[in-house]
Design a protein around this ligand. Structure first.
Ligand code: NAP
Length: 359
């Protein structure tokens, strides 16, 4: 673990020729109207004025990397971002880096489906360009591609042809599984990778980042706050509305377990001059080869606190990465997994019995 550049310094996005402020902005939670759909599509309702203000505040604070996707709010996040960025003066606009995604087709109100066809990808990119009001996408990421993606020559041939037409500059992938990122890097398919890396899920640090550095790939950290658990302020009793994707992923025992594991990290993340959230983001930003972390801020205060991480990291002792990784591994260990599984089965049994008895 050789570590990342000092906090606050601009970082290269691998060998792409782009460099960025290390705290970026993820826009999944900024899609106005996302909650109007019949299924969870983001983080629930947010009014347009608040969402616009988050992007504006991020710009004021020096944020210059924005991550979005055609599927966030069925195009709404791209439209919002495009509108706010278009209002900035041309020289500022030109130095901003916008990453969007391709490979999943919107089918509102049904969930998106994968679409890696030549015509589907072209249409998706052209629609993104129109919504973002840009001539070229700076970073185009395959959106949660399938496990066999690295061997799909036809997908990369199509994308290269679209790149030659000038539709985008850098090709990357946003992957769910570390293995998929490794396969893409080994096959030399991508120049940037977006991966989940945080103190509750640190696998990418040892499994993927050394290879990313070796191959000169830029690394974008998605969900750096573990969907909010690593804010250090999420109560285990919180109930998410059905419009919030955490309603499915972080309900009941799952949330209690995540909060419990996060609390075990508190002594390592929190320090004098550094909040729990600062420590969590500093952990992600301190990993080698990481170019930028993209917290999903939903308020101006959120993005302010995220950017403040850089000053907090400079004035506090470094996060003990080894201790964080070891603790996270212990949390995923077999006895813990068995205990979690047993708790889940018991709660299911309890709910079934209550349902049958009508109580
Ligand atoms: N498939 C993909 O490509 C993919 C998948 C996931 C994420 N991403 C990208 O990564 C971005 C971030 O990921 P994410 O939204 O999943 O998770 P995240 O950044 O780990 O967590 C976001 C949540 O953390 C809480 N939060 C944020 N800033 C905070 C602050 N300063 N203080 C307290 N709480 C704060 C908010 O939740 P509360 O509502 O609890 O306040 C917010 O909704 C997304 O917007 C998206 O751009 C991409």
């Amino acid at each position: 673990m050789t570590g990342a550049p000092p906090p606050g310094e601009r970082r290269p996005l691998g060998r792409t020729g782009l460099d960025v402020f290390p705290v970026g902005l993820g826009t999944w939670g900024l899609a106005p109207g996302a909650a109007l759909r019949s299924r969870p599509a983001g983080y629930g309702p947010i009014d347009e004025a608040t969402a616009e203000r988050v992007v504006e505040r991020a710009l004021e604070l020096g944020v210059d990397f924005f991550d979005t996707a055609p599927t966030y709010g069925n195009g709404a996040a791209e439209t919002l971002l495009g509108r706010v960025l278009a209002a900035r003066a041309a020289p500022e606009r030109a130095r901003l880096v916008v990453a969007t995604k391709v490979g999943r087709r919107r089918r509102d109100p049904a969930p998106p489906i994968r679409d890696l066809t030549a015509s589907g990808m072209r249409r998706s990119i052209e629609e993104s360009l129109a919504r973002l009001r840009r001539d070229r996408i700076d970073v185009l990421l395959l959106h949660d591609p399938p496990p066999d993606i690295a061997s799909r020559d036809e997908v990369f041939d199509t994308l290269e042809a679209l790149r030659r037409e000038g539709l985008f500059r850098v090709l990357g992938a946003s992957v769910e599984r570390v293995e998929d990122g490794i396969a893409l890097l080994r096959a030399g398919r991508v120049e940037a990778l977006e991966v989940e890396l945080h103190a509750l899920r640190p696998e990418a640090e040892t499994a993927l980042l050394p290879l990313a550095r070796e191959r000169g790939a830029g690394v974008i950290v998605r969900s750096p706050l573990g969907h909010g658990v690593l804010s250090g302020r999420l109560p285990a009793s919180r109930r998410f509305p059905p419009t919030d994707h955490r309603h499915l992923k972080l309900s009941g025992y799952r949330l209690r377990d995540a909060v419990e594991r996060a609390e075990a990290l508190r002594p390592w993340l929190e320090a004098p001059g550094r909040t729990f959230l600062h420590g969590a983001l500093a952990y992600a930003l301190g990993a080698e080869a990481v170019s930028v972390a993209i917290p999903g801020a939903r308020t101006s205060a959120h993005i302010e606190e995220a950017v403040e991480t850089l000053a907090a990291a400079a004035r506090s002792p470094p996060v003990d990465r080894r201790a964080v990784i070891d603790l996270a591994r212990a949390g995923h260990g077999l006895p813990r997994q068995a205990a979690r599984r047993a708790r889940w089965l018991l709660s299911k049994l309890y709910r079934t019995v209550r349902y049958r008895l009508g109580i």
